[in-house]
Design a protein around this ligand. Structure first.
Ligand code: NCD
Length: 472
């Protein structure tokens, strides 16, 4: 299988630094003298290569900067005007689409509304696949642009205090970014809009996989503690009040002041838009207060940098555009050199000697029967993919409830019931499943799923007998 970039964990920190060094090199020789963060002209490095962009969701920056990056490298781009113009509109699976496209291009960039769609593409394609955003899951190349901007602005990616503001629940850029920041040892200060906090499984993963520790309000932040507490910003505009009922306002203010008071300087303010397309119609009119000059007037924001993956809607004041702290247009411009470097690296035109050190590996579990991913936005729920995808999981916790992580969308949840395929029997004490022959094991989300699959319960005594481990 070719080397692909589907999640930010597919890249080691050394590989990211290599990509940034290569991006620096492109900027050095190809920058526009009038605007040094802008690439101009054309190289010949990739003149024998073709990139395919396969976008099933709207995009401005990601798609155009990928296409520009490939053209600046001297390569060619093939693409379709929109997803309705591809055979997916006729029901073709992602798997089949990429198995065809790999014959026409040397690299595939995919954006899709289903979480895990890019992983499916990578599993089937023989050429490298880059995830340009899969639902609310991840957007690893945006994180590369974010980190590259910070490396330029702050000189080092170590020891940063980073506030994440806005829709932290659905923002895929935020999810990729927190995992990278955690590996870099940043202090992460989530500042979600109400009801749009980081998902529970993302927080658990920060703690389990990356060794982050929740920040206690009493702790000083000059230690290595990682704040994953929740703070809120004050409302400022009456039309933005729906997320902030009057009664809760005083409490938000107090929490915000208390937490921010402990932090001497904020290096980064990462602002994100409300992901309306993931909310359904009922929240169409909601938004949250903007981060603007007035908000950032304290001493602790003197050297802050305000980043935003863009597009902005109402959460970021236009008055920051001419403030040196607002670097979001530079961040968008860096999309070209960073994606040039990523493409060149994946095509082995700028190889690195370092290999990926996986963050953490877990035992695998997969069975055609039994548990399915419980995330409704997972690619495994798509009718077009159901025929060919076998549910597959990482077992990320097995002391107490069995916690599974879907290998496609990476959503995590508990399996509450296990069964023996050969006996068509099940039991609900999942701590016993470890003693079983893995080939004979099937896990279910709930007891009723086991009965629906025509499994019958073990009786107490029979269960303990048949589940006793065989002595070695
Ligand atoms: C982001 C995305 O698509 O997730 N945009 C981007 O790629 N720069 C953020 C967003 O749409 O809010």
């Amino acid at each position: 299988m070719a080397r692909s970039v589907i999640t930010i964990d597919d890249l080691s920190i050394e590989e990211m630094e290599h990509i940034f060094d290569v991006a620096d090199g492109f900027l050095e020789v190809m920058h526009d003298p009038a605007r040094p963060h802008r690439i101009q002209g054309r190289d010949k490095l990739a003149d024998r290569h073709i990139l395919a962009t396969l976008f099933f969701e709207p995009s401005t920056r990601t798609r155009f900067s990928f296409e520009s990056a490939m053209q600046r490298l001297g390569g060619q781009v093939i693409s379709s005007p929109n997803s309705a113009a591809t055979s997916s509109a006729k029901g073709e699976s992602i798997a089949d689409t990429v198995r065809v496209l790999e014959n026409y291009a040397d690299l595939i960039v995919i954006r899709h509304p289903s979480e895990g769609a890019a992983r499916v593409a990578a599993n089937y394609a023989s050429v490298p696949v880059i995830n340009a955003g899969d639902g609310s899951h991840e957007h690893p190349t945006q994180t590369l642009c974010d980190l590259y901007t910070l490396r330029k602005e702050k000189k080092s990616l170590k020891d940063l205090n980073v506030v994440l503001y806005g829709d932290l629940k659905h923002g895929r850029t935020v999810h990729s970014l927190v995992y990278a920041l955690a590996r870099l040892g940043a202090r992460i200060i989530p500042m979600p809009a109400k009801g749009l906090e980081l998902p529970g499984h993302v927080i658990r993963r920060l703690q389990r996989d990356y060794g982050c520790t929740p920040f206690k309000r009493e702790e000083k932040t000059n230690g290595r503690g990682l704040p994953i507490d929740v703070i809120y910003v004050t409302q400022e505009k009456p039309h933005q009040r729906r997320l902030y009922p009057e009664a809760e306002l005083a409490e938000f203010n107090a929490s915000l002041k208390k937490l921010l008071a402990k932090i001497e300087n904020i290096d980064v303010f990462y602002v994100t838009r409300l992901q309306k397309e993931r909310l359904g119609e009922q929240r169409d009119t909601e938004t949250y207060p903007p981060i603007d000059n007035a908000f950032l007037k304290g001493k602790k924001y003197k050297d802050s940098r305000v980043l935003h993956p863009l597009p902005r809607v109402a959460e970021l004041g236009y008055d920051l555009d001419n403030d040196p702290r607002g670097v979001y247009f530079k961040q968008a411009a860096y999309g070209v050199p960073v994606r040039m470097a990523l493409i060149a690296w994946l095509l082995d035109l700028k190889p690195s000697s370092k290999s990926t050190a996986p963050v953490r590996t877990f035992p695998q579990y997969g069975h055609k029967d039994g548990i399915r991913c419980s995330n409704q936005a997972c690619v495994t729920k798509l009718q077009s993919e159901q025929e060919h995808l076998t549910p597959a999981f990482w077992i990320v916790e097995q002391d107490g409830p069995v916690i599974l992580r879907c290998m496609f969308c990476e959503y995590e949840w508990a399996a509450r019931c296990a069964g023996r395929v050969s006996k068509r029997r099940y039991f609900t004490d999942t701590s016993k499943w470890k003693d079983m022959d893995p080939g004979d094991l099937v896990l279910f989300a709930e007891e009723r799923d086991a009965t629906n699959a025509h499994f019958t319960p073990y009786k107490e005594t029979a269960a303990s007998k048949c589940l006793t481990p065989t002595p070695s």
